[in-house]
Structures are given as structure tokens and as C-alpha cells.
Design a protein around this ligand. Structure first.
Ligand code: COI
Length: 381
């Protein structure tokens, strides 16, 4: 793919690691690409990160036809940069596009664009352990129309944000409220797609649980509110009686890439592992019997995050994680691979090579439009 490149003339300064937080600061550049029925995907380009001009009738704003991904790049002490499970994220991006009735694309094309973008913004990959460059590919409808239908035109873009911990309290155990009133997703719905609607469905419950002093919500199945599904921004794992257990993917749960990583490692280590339905009754029983040894969440943003308490029907199920926990071993191994301290025997890392696209004047430069006008690029292309 020939990616036209327009570098910023006003580079910003990255904040100190301690001030990063999550998703608050943005790297200098972004990737953009348009889709039209006549030309398919076209005009791939890297440009300075800047606001869009959106028509108030933009279809995404009204009907939520939008999807996204979240993946991370890490710097090693020698300055080399690696992206974790890039193609797995791209495969899921395509599956989300399919579920939302959006045009498909080659995962490797977008992977290539992300490598070019991260290469240009490699100084934005923070160096401290516990930090990363969070990469947010996004695909939105670009039609300005109020009829309810999939759009004809689309904009794909990728932005990057240097991040620290997702939770303000870092890797300290979280307190989770088990949600029995609201539902996140139901069978046949959008649950496994990485789409804005799933997060919109979660916001009120998350706010109400925060007001009660909790960090996140644990979602149960929408029909009976008995079966465990996932936490707001993470998949969930239990260790009960030395068995690592996670609920199966039934279309309502996000097919987390970190979830998959935990399962891959559990199999590699020959842990006693089960992917099967888990009821809250079973979790309560295990807690009362003293066999609920660990609960942890997995996610790109949250990495591997210990759960210290599940609050269910007013009862606090407190989890006192044991030393040498599976959770700690998972965290150490996954972050060790990401930062290049543990061998990457699964080939999960993509090294971001310095490419010719990183310099202006390489023959691919283009005159940038005045603004990133969604739904207008097709006229300008
Ligand atoms: C991620 O872990 O990448 C997520 O997408 C969770 C959230 C920040 C939306």
C-alpha cells in the first residue's frame, strides 16, 4: 500500500510517564483511509492528528455504525519498538466490520498502515515499564443521511495515545459490582463486536457502581442474570480449587486478545483450565467454601488486573490472592514478552521497522486538505 505522508510542522512534547494516565494525550500523527462504493478503499494517508469536520447528519452520530480496536506498542531499552498481536487485532477489526455491515478490508493492509504510523510516531512510544503506546484504529460511517441503513461511504482512521495504567490506582486489586439490573449484550446482539454501542450500554451502570465505591461492573447474561459474562473493559477469569476458568464466547462476550493470550499460556503451561459457563451461585459457593483463590480481568488497556472484591446481592466476596498466583505469573509473562524480557515463542510481537515513509520528500508526500472533512475526502481525492 502506498501511504501518502504529511508530517506535522508543530511536533508536541510527550508528558512525563507519571502524568500519562490513559487516553488523555495523543501522538503527532494519525492514519486515514476512505471507502466509497466506486473506488473501494482509497487514499491511505498519514497526516497530523487534528479534529474532524463532521456534518451534524453524519450517520455514525445518529445510529452508531462505528467500530474500533485497541492494541499496544512497546519500546525496548535499545529503542526498538514492537506491537503486540497486531494481526489478531486486525482480524477482530474485520469481524467487527462484518457484524456492523461495514466494508471489509485486508487485515494485513491495515497492519501495514499501523506499522507505518507507529514508525513515524516512534518517539511517542513511552519507555518506562508499565507504559505503552495505545493504538486506536477506528472505522466510522461517512454518509450524511438520516435514513436507517448502512452507509455507502466510510472513514477508517488510527490515532495513538501514550498511556500508563488504565486504572488510576495502577495494578492494585479492583472492587467490582455484580450487575443484576442492567444488561450489556444479549444473544444475537452486538456483544462480541468491538463497537461503540456496547460501551454506551455500559455507561450508566458503570457510573452508578462508581457512586457506590466500585471500580467496574461485572456483567451477567441478559436473560437470567445468572451467568458471568465480562467486566466493563476486561474479560474475567476465576481460579476455583486450582482450576483456571473463564466463560465461553457465545456471541455476547468480547473475544479479548489478552483473554486469548491467557488461554494460550494456560495451555502451554498445562494448567488445569476450563472454558465453560460460570454462574454467580457457583462463585458465591466457592467463596464461602474458601476455594475461590483468584479472580482477575484481562484486557489490552487493563493488562492483567487483580479483582479484590466482587459485590453480589449486597454480599462482599473478598478475594485474598495467594502468593505465586496464576494471575501474577500471567502478568509477569505477558508484560515480560511485551517488553522483550521473556522470549516471544508464540510470535506475538511485530517489530516496527524504520521505513522510507518516515521522511518527507520521499515521493509520497501530498498536500493536506484544510481539515479532515469526513464525507468530503471522496470529492477531494
Ligand atoms: C481495550 O482494552 O483496549 C479496550 O478496548 C477497553 C477500553 C479502554 C475500551
Amino acid at each position: 500500500m502506498q501511504i501518502a505522508t504529511h508530517r506535522t510542522t508543530q511536533p508536541k512534547t510527550m508528558p512525563d510517564a507519571g502524568a500519562l494516565g490513559f487516553g488523555k494525550h495523543f501522538a503527532d500523527h494519525m492514519f486515514l483511509m476512505d471507502h466509497s462504493p466506486e473506488s473501494g478503499w482509497h487514499s491511505p494517508r498519514i497526516a497530523p492528528h487534528k479534529p474532524f469536520l463532521l456534518d451534524p447528519a453524519n450517520l455514525t452520530l445518529h445510529y452508531g455504525q462505528s467500530i474500533f480496536e485497541g492494541l499496544k506498542a512497546f519500546t525496548r531499552p535499545d529503542g526498538s519498538v514492537y506491537i503486540f498481536r497486531l494481526l489478531d487485532h486486525m482480524d477482530r477489526f474485520v469481524r467487527s466490520a462484518e457484524r456492523l455491515g461495514m466494508p471489509l478490508f485486508h487485515p494485513s493492509d491495515v497492519a501495514e498502515a499501523i506499522e507505518a504510523l507507529v514508525d513515524i510516531d516512534r518517539t511517542w512510544v513511552p519507555k518506562q515499564r508499565g507504559t505503552a503506546l495505545y493504538i486506536r484504529p477506528t472505522l466510522i460511517a461517512a454518509d450524511n443521511v438520516l435514513g436507517v441503513r448502512p452507509a455507502d461511504h466510510y472513514l477508517m482512521y488510527v490515532i495513538c495515545s501514550p498511556v500508563g495504567s488504565y486504572y488510576s490506582k495502577g495494578t492494585a486489586p479492583t472492587r467490582i459490582y455484580v450487575e443484576e439490573t442492567y444488561s450489556r449484550a444479549s444473544l444475537g446482539g452486538l456483544g462480541e463486536a468491538k463497537t461503540a454501542a456496547n460501551y454506551a450500554a455500559s455507561l450508566l451502570a458503570a457510573e452508578e457502581s462508581k457512586a457506590k465505591g466500585f471500580d467496574q461492573v461485572l456483567w451477567l447474561d441478559a436473560k437470567e442474570h445468572r451467568f458471568v459474562e465480562e467486566v466493563g473493559t476486561m474479560n474475567i477469569f476465576f481460579v476455583i480449587d486450582d482450576i483456571l476458568i473463564t466463560p465461553p464466547l457465545d456471541g455476547t462476550i468480547l473475544d479479548g486478545i489478552t483473554r486469548r493470550t491467557v488461554i494460550d499460556l494456560a495451555r502451554q503451561w498445562h494448567l488445569h483450565f476450563q472454558e465453560r459457563p460460570v454462574t454467580m451461585d457457583e462463585v458465591v459457593e466457592a467463596s464461602r467454601a474458601g476455594t475461590l483463590q483468584e479472580v482477575f480481568g484481562s484486557g489490552t488497556a487493563a493488562t492483567i488486573s487483580p479483582v479484590g472484591e466482587l459485590n453480589y446481592k449486597g454480599e462482599a466476596l473478598v478475594i485474598n490472592e495467594r502468593p505465586n498466583s496464576i494471575r501474577q505469573r500471567m502478568y509477569d509473562t505477558i508484560t515480560g514478552i511485551q517488553y522483550g524480557e521473556v522470549p516471544d515463542t508464540h510470535n506475538w510481537l511485530t517489530r516496527v521497522e524504520p521505513h522510507a515513509t518516515t521522511t518527507n520528500g520521499n515521493g509520497h508526500d501530498y498536500a493536506p486538505p484544510e481539515a479532515n472533512e469526513v464525507g468530503m475526502m471522496r470529492e477531494k481525492a
